[in-house]
Write a protein that binds this ligand. Structure first.
Ligand code: ADP
Length: 162
């Protein structure tokens, strides 16, 4: 039994939403330390660059003591070896997440047997929420203030000259 368990919550967080924050808050109550690890995935077109996503996430979790924000490029499995921590947190919203998450979890374990993925469910009010939905609503001029942390809303306004 390891009492210094560190859990890693990886994702693109483009941008962080209240659904992500819900998962981070739940994980922080289970694990002594949680690292939110933001991916630089060059195949994906991001609205916010890596530095912006890291800054927004740092500001959004500043009130939770045992949460740190980091970033990585390349394979999650390699990042986990680097920081020597093998517990991965992922969020499950609906059945539609399941197949992809199941594949990822088993692929990561194939790459390294030490990797265990733990799934957490958000509050049901966030089960419909995704970063891409936020970008879509924002692009169409809809109100998304209550769906993202305050620092994220501020960045959106600056980026879009609102
Ligand atoms: P990725 O590109 O790795 O899927 P995301 O930032 O989209 O990165 O998501 C990171 C993790 O957070 C994933 O496990 C995803 O299922 C989960 N997630 C995304 N939105 C929500 C939400 N509203 N509630 C709970 N979990 C979520």
């Amino acid at each position: 039994m390891n009492n210094n368990i560190v859990a890693v919550y990886p994702g693109s967080f483009d941008p962080p939403t209240k659904g992500h924050l819900d998962i981070i808050s739940r994980a922080s109550k289970i694990f002594p330390k949680v690292i939110v690890a933001i991916t630089e995935n060059y195949n994906k077109h991001h609205m916010f660059n890596l530095q912006e996503r890291v800054d927004m996430m740092k500001e959004s979790v500043s009130n939770i003591k045992n949460v740190e924000v980091d970033s990585f490029s390349g394979l999650l499995a390699d990042y986990l070896v680097k920081i020597e921590s093998f517990f991965v947190i992922r969020g499950l919203r609906a059945l539609s997440d399941f197949e992809y998450e199941f594949q990822m979890a088993l692929m990561n374990r194939t790459l390294n047997q030490k990797i265990e993925t733990i799934f957490l469910m958000p509050d049901q009010i966030y089960t419909f929420l995704s970063s891409s939905m936020i970008k879509e609503i924002a692009g169409l001029g809809g109100d998304f203030k209550n769906l993202v942390p305050e620092p994220v809303y501020k960045r959106f306004k600056i980026k879009n000259n609102l």
